[in-house]
Ligand binder design. Sequence first.
Ligand code: GDP
Length: 183
Amino acid sequence: MGSSSDDEGEEYLFKIVIIGDSAVGKSNLLSRYARNEFNMHSKATIGVEFQTQSLEIDGKEVKAQIWDTAGQERFRAVTSAYYRGAFGALVVYDISRRSTFESIPRWLDELKTHSDTTVAKMLVGNKCDLENIRDVSVEEGKTLAESEGLFFMETSALDSTNVIKAFEIVIREIYNNVSRKVL
Ligand code: GDP
């Protein structure tokens, strides 16, 4: 290997975007992951654009800069700048609202149109705490993910189920994709 093996502080920084219909829980997934916070009331602000989280992989600091649409999708106006440079994406629907699942192909198309590199993608069925009003089965999520070549996970930003896992799988996949290219 070319680099000196005792180099310390080797760092990676990757951009990840969260997409999906309005109110599926994108902001709460991010705030749960980055700050361990949850808000029952929809955010009132068009505020923070991204949060940065670090993860250690192979002794290296891997930082993910995770972007939230901050409500842009309400106006069907997620800009190409939002997608630019993204190496990973969480594509989110709400398991209690079928229409948000039916929108997934449209979000995947949009992601494909705007991305300029291989993107590690996770299909996320959020709000799995709402089992009593489930509107999309686990199998449907799995089947769609398999047919589109995506990772799949059901999550709950409310009770924290699988939130860290979902983000970390994407971050590790990006790291693997990039380090494969470098070697
Ligand atoms: P966004 O528009 O996709 O960013 O969605 P938000 O994060 O603003 O969430 C929309 C609404 O769904 C808010 O009222 C949240 O409290 C609620 N919500 C988000 N995640 C969950 C979850 O995992 N379970 C439940 N029950 N509600 C959630």
